[in-house]
Design a protein around this ligand. Structure first.
Ligand code: NDP
Length: 333
């Protein structure tokens, strides 16, 4: 949420957060046009991605200096570039998960973090694919490199990341067990490739994982839920398995004694973030290239849960927090 130079030559509509709090702090305001400084490009947003991380910032769980415009993800057309920019040009159709203040009609990004959209790909798909798609990509390909025959547990398997992770894990040849809160979500997770689903709101998922794996456990747990699932997830792992804690939709995880990892079978624990896995231009090209190509050729299916007008950003957050969504939530500027 860094500061960027602004020109006072025009105005745009943007969501502004002036105090941390509930969804009601997301208000539509008229703000000055941003100006593309050195290394940056200004994009007219055509579709904006809503992500759980936007909620952590809004609540103040992750720090952002106030006031700020939320959002990091979207797709649109480049309308201006800084003097030194050669990576993109005015008129290019681009997407990124690295916008500063994406919940707006115009948003800035570093030009080298913009990804060109394949010809024919819709702005909606461009906005929906990158953040959750590249997250699923790095989790399955790099954090724990899934091999054919591996068994993985994907929590919140019908969520935005979850549906994509089920598909990509299956691409790697893994056996996928997905947890979900409702029968409807179980159907969606199964359609996305989950071999087995567990209703973790009704069933004990440790017992179920042990039953499904014949007592062995899974090689990796992908946990984005956090507080309510983390400790029990450790009991689902095979010896030397890996706990990948990548989110906290139900709340933050309390500190643990590392000795616990030893007691439960020489486990590995990592708390990864997408930023580290797309830090280099080569990593960004690799992951964005794969995800957009798979979406384009139909082998990775995006599920659009809902699209709301920018002015209703608060309703988008309410739905995500209330576990009502399955797949991507978009805002239309
Ligand atoms: P989701 O679509 O997955 O929404 C969150 C889901 O979590 C809900 O639908 C719900 O599924 C489940 N959930 C369980 N308990 C709760 C609770 N108390 N409140 C709300 N939801 C709950 O969101 P995203 O796909 O946008 O993000 C998923 C997670 O991944 C987030 O935690 C996000 O921060 C994280 N993430 C991390 C990244 C990283 O690199 N580290 C990158 C991208 C996302 P159900 O009803 O089935 O339980």
């Amino acid at each position: 949420m860094g500061a960027h130079p602004v020109a006072r030559c025009g105005t745009v509509k943007a969501i502004v957060v002036r105090a941390h709090g509930g969804p009601e702090v997301l208000t539509l305001e008229t703000v000055p046009d941003p100006l593309a400084g050195p290394g940056h490009a200004l994009v007219r947003m055509e579709s904006i991605g809503v992500n759980f991380i936007d909620i952590y910032f809004r609540r103040g769980q992750y720090s952002a200096s106030l006031p700020y415009t939320p959002g990091t993800e979207g797709a649109g057309v480049v309308v201006a570039v800084g003097d030194d920019v050669t990576a993109v040009a005015v008129g290019d159709r681009v997407a990124s998960q690295n916008f500063v203040g994406a919940y707006a009609e115009l948003a800035l990004a570093r030009a080298d973090r913009l990804v060109p959209l394949p010809g024919g790909m819709s702005m909606r798909d461009g906005a929906a694919a990158l953040l959750q798609g590249m997250t699923a990509h790095y989790l399955a390909a790099s954090t724990h490199t899934l091999q054919a025959g591996d068994c993985c547990l994907v929590h919140a398997a019908a969520g935005g990341v979850g549906l994509l992770l089920c598909q990509i894990a299956r691409r790697h040849g893994a056996f996928v067990i997905g947890t979900v809160s409702t029968a409807e979500k179980a159907t969606l997770a199964t359609e996305a490739g989950a071999n087995e689903t567990i209703l973790y709101t009704r069933q004990d998922f440790v017992t179920e994982v042990k039953r499904i794996t014949g007592g062995v456990g899974v090689q990796v747990v992908y946990d984005s839920v956090g507080a309510t699932t983390f400790l029990k997830g450790l009991d689902c792992l095979a010896p030397r398995g890996m706990m990948v804690l990548f989110g906290q939709s139900s709340g933050p995880v309390q500190p643990i004694d590392p000795q616990l990892l030893s007691q439960k079978g020489s486990l590995f624990l990592t708390r990864p973030t997408l930023t580290s896995y797309v830090a280099t231009p080569a990593d960004l090209r690799w992951r964005a290239g794969d995800v957009l190509a798979w979406v384009h050729d139909g082998s990775l299916r995006l599920r659009l849960d809902r699209e709301l007008p920018l002015a209703r950003a608060a309703d988008a957050h309410r739905a995500l927090e209330a576990r009502e969504t399955t797949g991507k939530v978009l805002l239309a500027p």
